[in-house]
Structure formats: structure tokens, C-alpha cells
Design a protein around this ligand. Sequence first.
Ligand SMILES: Cc1cc2nc3c(=O)[nH]c(=O)nc-3n(C[C@H](O)[C@H](O)[C@H](O)COP(=O)(O)O)c2cc1C
Length: 226
Amino acid sequence: MKVLVLNGSPKKQSDTFRLTEAFLRGLNKNQKHEVQIVNVIDKDVAPCRGCFGCWQAMDGHCVIDDDQNEILDLYCQAELVIWSFPLYCYSMPSHLKAVLDRTIPLIKMKMVELENGAVQHEALADFSKLHTLVICGCGFPDWDGNFDALRIMCKNCFGDPRIVCVPETPLLNVPAAAVVADPLLKKFEYAGEEYSNTFALSEETITELETPMIPKDEYVRIVNGE
Ligand SMILES: Cc1cc2nc3c(=O)[nH]c(=O)nc-3n(C[C@H](O)[C@H](O)[C@H](O)COP(=O)(O)O)c2cc1C
């Protein structure tokens, strides 16, 4: 399987990417997949100009001549796209959002109404077999609402992706927290194996991956240095 990983953390030592790497280890355990990792922060991807030049050309490319066209080509070849990024202001970091905005060359102006009443643009190519997985880490402990906006955006943009939202991810880069971080990394590895076998993650697995490493009060106390 061709896997495209869009790493949206701007950091060299990304908390979130440690989870994604563990997932990839599991994914590749029994079968070797062709994994292409794009560190988006190192790419030259300008914001969308909103010119809709792509909808005139309809060739799957953007009129801006930068690294996004290479990313679009990789996207079209991929069977699985993993969006790996930290939660920034309840959404994705702006450099990754620029990549997402500039996937509109892959859709047409033509609108279609879905059974549930939602309206979408028709895809330029058949993406019905493309799998999408979102792995998002964040700095807050688990609280209702922190990931709500992101979940809605991902559902509307990617169809029905698997979304894994992980609280307290800064613990992954704290050596003293290895006792709780290592088991979570192991769970991500098993999840990668599960995904490799089934092209899916069960609700039980997602719940396990999203379970906070430590209780909310304890996490807040540690962050506050109390
Ligand atoms: C600009 C900015 C905005 C952030 N917004 C949120 C947020 O809305 N919710 C949250 O829980 N954490 C937020 N965080 C914390 C990051 O998600 C957190 O530090 C994460 O672990 C960083 O992951 P990374 O190491 O993979 O980049 C924000 C961090 C930054 C720098």
C-alpha cells in the first residue's frame, strides 16, 4: 500500500509524530508498505489565493508553482493519507491548513447533494478507495469540546476518516513520563498492525488510543509546577 504521511508539526521532536511513528512501525510489521513522509514545515506551500484557476485548468494542479503540486501528485497516488499534526487553536497548524486548502485542485466546481442533505463538490478523480487517518496530539488534558471543531472539519473535508485525538501529548517527550508514554506508544504500534490487516481501526482501539495517560487533575498540577 502506498502511504502518504503529512507531518504538520513544525517541531523536530514532535510529540504527535512519535505516535505516528509508532503507528507506522505497526503498519509495516507484517507487510512492508511504501511510506512517503512529507515534513510540511520544510516545504514551500503558499496560502491559497482563492483565484479558482485550478477549476479552469482542471488538471489536478494549482496555478501557484511551489511544492504543493508535488504534494498533490503524491496525494493522488496514495492509498492511505495520514494527517499527523498538533492541535493549534482547535484546528490544524496554518502551514498544514495551507496544504489542505490547496487540495481544491482535486475537486470540481460542480456541487452534489448527499443523502444527508450536505453539499459537496464533485471529486476530479475517483478517491472512493482512498483511506484517510488523522492523528492529532494536543497540550490540554481531556475535556469536552477541545477537539470538536477539528472533528467536524475533518469529517467534512475527508468524508469519513478515522480520527484519533490524543490529549496530554507533551508527556511523550518527558523522560520521567515514560512509564505512561511507552504503553501508549505500544498501543499505537498495535493499532498500526490492526490497520494493516483490516484497513480500519475499531471503536475500541480508538478509545484506547484517546484515553488520557494520566488523570486530568494530575496533569494540570504537573503543567502548573504544583
Ligand atoms: C499556537 C499553538 C496553539 C495551540 N492550540 C492548542 C489547542 O487549541 N488545544 C490544545 O489542547 N493544545 C494546543 N496547543 C498545544 C499543542 O497541541 C501541544 O503542545 C502538542 O503536544 C504539540 O505537538 P507536537 O510536538 O507534535 O508539535 C497549541 C500549541 C501552539 C504552539
